[in-house]
Structure formats: structure tokens, C-alpha cells
Design a protein around this ligand. Structure first.
Ligand SMILES: [Zn+2]
Length: 154
């Protein structure tokens, strides 16, 4: 495994739509390993491939320590409810804002072996899934947030 550099806002790669993964192979598994290590190094709860400069439809969410969700070619099948919460992003360091997200989502994706699975998530995990999914579409939380402020401001 290797740490990757986090791409920050201003880099065009964060604004592009990521491409489907055609085959989940060793290279994809290596990217997943590196993404997890990098996310944990930055104390993140989620990371998407474009954030490490790779325009592929892959993200990882670890809303609770040890509960690692690896999603390749994810699709959000349904959303339910709406909650407003505080968000930040490894690619927009030092900024926070309030974003409205669904309370619950149903996700379909492929795992690191290429097997399809579906899960339901709620709370922080659902929020993180939506946030990371947006990265695959070139969307940042600051596009949707209100009250964006720098960390440390009252
Ligand atoms: Zn982010």
C-alpha cells in the first residue's frame, strides 16, 4: 500500500465525470488499498478516486471505524428523507458548510472482487455515500452547501 497525494479544489480533475471501471482487477484493488490508507491518514470518513487524481468510479466510506464500504461503479438506487448536516472534504481543507442530504440511501455497487451487492445506509454513512458519489460526477460539497466558513471561525 502507498499513500497518495490528495488533490485539492482548483484542480480540474475534481470537476470531471469519472469513468466506469470495466474490469475489477489487481490494479483496481491496489487503488482501493491506497485510497483506504490515504483516507485514514487524513482522518477522513470517505474518499473518492478523483481525490487521488484517478478518474474512475470508485469510492470508499468508513463512517464508523472498521466498517469499510468499498464501492466500484456505484449507483444510488433510492433516497429517503432529508437532513441538514455539517460537512467538510479532504479536497477543500479547512472549510465546512451545511448540506442537505437524504436520511437513507440504497446503494448498488461492485466490491473488490467485481461482485455486485446492495446495501442500505442511514445517518453519517448515507451522507458520506452521497458526498463521495458527487465526487464521481465532478461535484463538490461547496456547490451545495450554505454557510460555508473556515475552520476556527465562530
Ligand atoms: Zn469530499
Amino acid at each position: 500500500m502507498a499513500l497518495r497525494k490528495i488533490v485539492v479544489e482548483g484542480d480540474e480533475v475534481l470537476r470531471k465525470r469519472s469513468r466506469e471501471v470495466s474490469q475489477v482487477d489487481d490494479r483496481i484493488r491496489m487503488i482501493l488499498d491506497d485510497m483506504l490508507e490515504t483516507m485514514r491518514d487524513y482522518d477522513g470518513v470517505g474518499i473518492a478516486a478523483p481525490q487521488v487524481g484517478i478518474l474512475k468510479r470508485i469510492f470508499i466510506v468508513e463512517a464508523e471505524e472498521g466498517d469499510v464500504l468499498e464501492a466500484v461503479n456505484p449507483e444510488i438506487l433510492s433516497m429517503e428523507g432529508l437532513v441538514a448536516g455539517e460537512e467538510g472534504c479532504l479536497s477543500v481543507p479547512g472549510y465546512f458548510g451545511t448540506v442537505e442530504r437524504p436520511e437513507k440511501v440504497r446503494l448498488r455497487a461492485q466490491d473488490r472482487n467485481g461482485e455486485f451487492f446492495e446495501i442500505e445506509a442511514e445517518g453519517l454513512k448515507a451522507v458520506a455515500i452521497c458526498h463521495e458519489y458527487d465526487h464521481l460526477e465532478g461535484v463538490l460539497f461547496t456547490d451545495k452547501a450554505s454557510g460555508i466558513r473556515e475552520a476556527g471561525e465562530e
